[in-house]
Design a protein around this ligand. Structure first.
Ligand code: 6PG
Length: 229
């Protein structure tokens, strides 16, 4: 069954809706458990949604922000997803929200993944926001990357894995949640903009070449696809 793509009249409406869905999931988690965790992606699309989220009246000290994936660069680097999250959600952090970095300074990206694994394994992700690249990647699950099958294997016991993908924008060495880790999220939001990307997503669904399609497999929380032109 093809997933429903929820279309919004414009980008502003889309970003406000994405923020509202994150607020709803975070508030539900706080009501249920007293705490909440959102895992966020980088890239150019989600920034307005993060800014809209940061302006909402939430119990920020009860909220932890984690990363869906990260470039293997320090948080001072312009390509850092942590830097993007810290910048766009600055009001939330100023009000007490916590950050769980995925990046760690280490000699290799594999050693950094081991550090992130220890920090991320205990996390319970209430809502994850993911995007999609033009090549059909999501998170840092890149087509043709080494160990992609292992990263997507739902029986994988790891939460975070190292990625080496020459085509990865920002940095060819990445850290990423595994699909097994993302399968444990309570809610997954897939945020896509533009007619080209919508066509790529439609083509990717049901394909065996696009890692984004793996979000829709059985055993995964059904992603909510939010789109505007
Ligand atoms: C990253 C992101 C990545 C992103 C897609 C879409 O670190 O680059 O986590 O998975 O979501 O590449 O990026 P855009 O939003 O820039 O199209």
């Amino acid at each position: 069954m093809r997933p429903e793509i929820i279309a919004f009249e414009d980008r502003d409406a889309l970003m406000r809706a994405a923020a509202a869905r994150m607020v709803s999931e975070l508030e539900e988690a706080i009501d249920a458990t007293g705490a909440a965790c959102a895992a966020l992606s980088g890239g150019s699309t989600p920034e307005p949604a993060y800014r809209a989220l940061a302006a909402m009246p939430l119990h920020w000290p009860k909220i932890t922000f984690a990363l869906v994936d990260e470039r293997f660069v320090p948080p001072t680097h312009e390509a850092s997803n942590q830097r993007l999250v810290q910048r766009t959600l600055a009001p939330a952090f100023a009000s007490g929200a916590q950050l769980k970095p995925m990046y760690a300074a280490a000699p290799t990206v594999e050693e950094a993944a081991d550090v992130a694994e220890a920090a991320y394994a205990p996390l319970h992700i209430d809502v994850a926001l993911v995007g999609m690249g033009g090549d059909g990647h999501t998170a840092s699950w890149f087509p043709g990357a080494a160990r992609l099958d292992e990263t997507l294997d739902l029986s994988n016991q790891r939460t975070v894995m190292a990625v080496r993908a020459a085509q990865a924008a920002g940095a060819p060495e990445r850290l990423t949640l595994t699909r097994a880790a993302l399968s444990r999220a309570r809610c997954v939001l897939l945020l896509v903009t533009g007619t080209d990307k919508r066509a790529r997503l439609e083509a990717a669904l049901g394909s065996d070449w696009a890692p984004v399609a793996a979000l829709f497999d059985p055993g995964m929380p059904r992603p909510e696809v939010l789109w505007s032109a």
